[in-house]
Write a protein that binds this ligand. Structure first.
Ligand code: SF4
Length: 330
């Protein structure tokens, strides 16, 4: 029997709603524009870090960002965050052991050491690094709109991340520490040009950067920052308070937490196997409006439960329900 893959995304979906898990991972149906803006931003930033780690020229990384970002505004933002993240950590003495380490390993019953007949675990580890004191860590990149200041609740939740525990048990080597490398997405957006900035703008300058004649004309016409002008202001904001945008925190790997996670994983494997066998996929109405609205809300609210090869109107069938495991398409 071919085993199914148990990824972090799949597990997260099952935890959120078993009906959603059934539709997304067992039937493989999605609305074509499923990928949220937040997910797309995180994916492009990850890819930029990966390409930099592989030594690709900055011009290629910039071009990739501009071609894949969900909008021209996001391209400007991601490019700045990528560039200044590199600048902020340029003195860091981490030795890169590996980037984008792919794994696929049996799901193991922690009581009996028996392999699951239904699931293998799979995922991609952002980075494996050696710290100056010789400890080995997993480096996990995150982008978020949340406050990431050292006292924020963000870190309470990060501390409980099961995604990184899954990486620890499947890294294929001893891991001592988990490094959360978190980038905060900016709260500022393009705004009206302030009167005080007009004299400098007439000299072809804005926030310390040169402004092209085209941008100058456009900004004069509509009184608002162009994207390049906004990018210049964002650069000033990032460099004047980099700790607002970038935080790196390490958490030690704790044996008791790993053991608890292994039990959780096995339990979820059993729950998913049981649900598939019985065809029971409970809905969780409390999750329907999380992060906007669930893409399946129209189906669930109308009492529609697709089966087999059914593809309801407005949906498509995925060729691969784990696109995050696919290699670079470039
Ligand atoms: S609409 Fe609600 S019940 Fe239906 S799959 Fe989504 S979260 Fe689950």
């Amino acid at each position: 029997m071919t085993k199914s893959l148990l990824t972090h995304s799949r597990l997260n979906t099952a935890r959120t709603c078993m009906r959603k898990h059934y539709l997304r991972y067992e039937l493989g149906i999605i609305a074509p524009d499923e990928e949220s803006e937040a997910l797309a931003v995180g994916t492009v930033f990850h890819k930029a870090k990966e390409w930099t780690g592989l030594g690709k020229p900055d011009a290629d990384v910039s071009a990739m960002i501009h071609s894949r970002a969900p909008s021209p505004l996001w391209a400007v933002i991601i490019e700045r965050l990528w560039w200044y993240h590199h600048w902020y950590y340029s003195e860091q003495k981490f030795e890169t052991i590996d980037t984008e380490r792919w794994f696929c390993a049996p799901l193991i019953n922690p009581e009996t050491d028996r392999k699951s007949g239904a699931f293998d675990m799979a995922g991609v580890i952002d980075g494996v690094v050696k710290l100056p004191d010789e400890r080995v860590g997993i480096r996990e990149y995150k982008t978020t709109a949340s406050d990431i200041s050292p006292d924020s609740r963000y870190w309470d939740q990060a501390r409980m991340s099961t995604q990184t525990l899954g990486y620890v048990i499947n890294a294929g080597q001893q891991i001592d520490v988990i490094l959360f490398d978190v980038v905060k997405k900016p709260g500022i957006r393009p705004k009206k040009v302030a009167k005080k900035d007009v004299p400098q703008l007439q000299l072809g300058l804005y926030c310390g950067a040169s402004v092209s004649a085209e941008d100058w004309v456009q900004a004069s016409d509509d009184g608002r920052e162009t994207l390049e002008m906004y990018g210049a202001r964002l650069s000033v904001d990032i460099t004047s308070r980099p700790e607002h945008y970038f935080q790196l925190r390490e958490f030690p790997v704790i044996e008791a937490e790993l053991n608890e996670f292994k039990r959780d994983l096995w339990s979820w494997g059993q729950i998913l196997k049981d649900a598939a066998r019985k065809g029971w996929h409970p809905k969780n109405p409390s999750a329907c409006l999380n992060f906007g609205a669930c893409q399946y809300l129209g189906l669930c609210s109308a009492g529609i439960v697709p089966e087999g090869d059914d593809v309801p109107a407005g949906f498509v069938k995925m060729d691969n329900v784990h696109p995050e495991l696919e290699g670079d398409q470039e």
